[in-house]
Design a protein around this ligand. Structure first.
Ligand SMILES: N[C@@H](CCC(=O)N[C@@H](CS)C(=O)NCC(=O)O)C(=O)O
Length: 229
């Protein structure tokens, strides 16, 4: 079996997406976590400075979508991105929507809500000395409100953010009517990208119960998408 190492923050939705892609292919892998102030080392792993980064047999691959594409080249069985142009385009749209829209709701509800932020700190500082939690909190409080103001959500009234977020979930619930997966007859990158964002929302946000209350979304998220071992 190939030696595969995922460099990750365990609570990152993009790292969650890559874990799901590796499981989809039935691959064993190790993880390297960058909790607490180890985060500074993560920035040096690739030229983009973000996580996830995957090491596959000495090849370093950064960006979750590039990782999925490369996994399909290396392990063509059970494609993450289907070959048929229409299905491939649909998967790409879902993947981009998850990264460019849902991700910011995930950040908003995790990083601007003090209770959710403390839950996130429990995860991202696990195993690190106590004092690193305070330093990490300062970083999160400085970095994410600014990022969310630039992106726009943090400049909207909270009611408007909530209205938009649940409108997205209503649309997703409607699109899952009569479908097992978002595109085609098997799980694809579309499912992994969207479910990973929602899993992280359920994990720390105060809207967890309301998200779980969508019957089709809830059943789809619970559906095993990993390859049988
Ligand atoms: N397009 C990238 C996005 C990854 C990303 O934004 N990761 C976040 C963690 S959730 C990160 O590394 N943030 C650190 C930073 O932006 O400096 C991917 O899909 O891998």
């Amino acid at each position: 079996m190939a030696k595969i190492v995922l460099h990750q923050w365990e609570m990152s939705p993009f790292c969650n997406k890559v874990r799901r892609c590796l499981a989809h292919k039935g691959l064993d892998f190790e993880v390297q976590n960058y909790n607490g102030l180890l985060a500074r080392r993560a920035a040096k792993l690739s030229r983009v400075g973000t996580l996830p980064v995957l090491d596959h047999e000495g090849e370093r691959i950064w960006d979750s979508t590039r990782i999925a594409e490369r996994l399909d080249q290396l392990y063509p069985a059970r494609p993450l991105l289907p070959a048929a142009p229409r299905a491939r385009a649909e998967v790409a749209f879902w993947d981009d929507w998850a990264a460019q829209s849902l991700y910011f709701f995930e950040l908003y509800y995790r990083m601007l809500d003090p209770e959710a932020r403390e839950k996130a700190l429990d995860i991202v500082c696990a195993g690190r000395p106590r004092w690193e939690r305070a330093a990490t909190r300062v970083y999160l409080k400085m970095h994410y409100p600014r990022k969310l103001r630039e992106q726009g959500l943090a400049r909207m009234a909270p009611d408007e953010v909530e209205r938009r977020f649940f409108a997205h979930l209503d649309h997703l619930e409607a699109l899952l009517d009569g479908r097992t997966w978002l595109v085609g007859d098997d799980a694809t990158l579309a499912d992994h990208a969207v479910a990973a964002q929602l899993e992280e929302l359920v994990r720390t946000s105060r809207h967890a119960d309301k998200i779980r209350a969508y019957p089709r979304i809830s059943a789809w998220m619970a559906r095993p998408a990993a390859a049988p071992r």
